[in-house]
Design a binder for this molecule. Sequence first.
Ligand SMILES: C[S@@+](CC[C@H](N)C(=O)[O-])C[C@H]1O[C@@H](n2cnc3c(N)ncnc32)[C@H](O)[C@@H]1O
Length: 233
Amino acid sequence: MKIQKAADGFDTLFSEQYNQTYHSIHGVLQESQHVFLDGAGVEARLKNKIETSVLEIGFGTGFNFFLTASKAIENEASLNFTSIENNFLGYNLFSSLNHIRLPNIKILYNKFLNWRKNQPQNPQPGICKIDFTNNSKPYLIQLNLLIGNAVEVSLPAHKYDAVYLDAFSPDDNPELWTVSFLRKLFQAMKPGAMLSTYSAKGNVRRAMTEAGFEVSKRPGSLGKREMLVGKKV
Ligand SMILES: C[S@@+](CC[C@H](N)C(=O)[O-])C[C@H]1O[C@@H](n2cnc3c(N)ncnc32)[C@H](O)[C@@H]1O
């Protein structure tokens, strides 16, 4: 795993196993904001101080979580963020990345690093709950990390307001783009919830439709023409 700088100065990682980066090299912040926070309607909810429950597939470097938490703190809105990861990065990598440049998250990021430092290098499958709530503030920030294979993890029904599908590409990480996996995400979402993904591939769109989503194409983030969002109607 190698750290690479994207065009906006934020760090991403290159995975030798998947032969791809964790984020767009055209801009980590731009991609995360556009595809996930805007695409899944999370930005709008937080701006309106609506308590929001997010499910992410692929915690990776945590950037999507830290950006979402930054917005929740800015807007004083409660966030319950669940992320599934089967290859949880070690303390040295987390502490080398420059995600701490994001506004509002210095205390939260340091708490996360401190927590990671005290965990085993390769944690056992299971759930880790980290509460970032500051008792002097009127909102909650909670992270639930589900360590394990997303295909095998069981998810509660009708729980999430938004899903960030941030697996590696459908060609290289195919188990996270199947109809049966998308159905599992669909049943975990509340009615009206949105799933967003950077992919615009025809077979992903068809699989999302077959899983029950109302699918639409949106302009993609820098370097990509289109992306997909799916609504649970
Ligand atoms: C594109 S990266 C995610 C980037 C991340 N959201 C971020 O902000 O840094 C995809 C992630 O999915 C994880 N992953 C791949 N297959 C998985 C599986 N079957 N179960 C759980 N996680 C998986 C990879 O280890 C990797 O961390």
